[in-house]
Ligand binder design. Sequence first.
Ligand code: SF4
Length: 209
Amino acid sequence: MNFSPNITLTGTTLPVMESFYTLQGEGAYQGHASWFIRLGGCDVGCVWCDVKDSWDASKHPVKPISDLVAEASAHPGRLAVITGGEPLLHDCGPLTIALQEAGFRTHIETSGSSPLSGSWNWICLSPKKFKAPLPEVLGQADELKVVVYNKHDFAWAEQHAALVSTTCKLFLQPEWSRKEEMTPQIVDYILAHPQWTLSAQVHKFINVP
Ligand code: SF4
């Protein structure tokens, strides 16, 4: 789904925690070669967050868009995943347009809790209880990825599945520290509710970033 907001002069430089070339380990594009750009800054505060170093944007170097596109273009893959942190704390318009002009598909991984900006080929929304997604972002999601920490999260998942489009793909993903307990429950849930699919964080099993 493409979304092109009004582009402003903001977003021409962005705080970047890290960027790296790897296989997407989650969701609909699992296994695809991808250039990840992890932007600094997050105001969601998930207790189980595995990238808490990303939260404070001021800790990370601010880079111009031209450098980010040049770094991405040094690798053969043409799928760019913008993640965080919470990337929608920033105006993603200039970066995503520049990446698309350089031939990339642009994917975002977001909690959907801040207003949508950017020109996206794929929006993966992972709702968080700590700061709810905005209805406008839910309605644009191509992929709903719900992290399952305990059994109550199945109802949470269904609440959000009712708010996305009928074409949105639905994924359940065990929270990594709880995977031994929750994965069998997710498997049983999917067998009974086959509209859902398992997302297993394959990159962590094969030890790639
Ligand atoms: S939204 Fe993502 S980066 Fe932010 S606290 Fe939650 S898991 Fe961590």
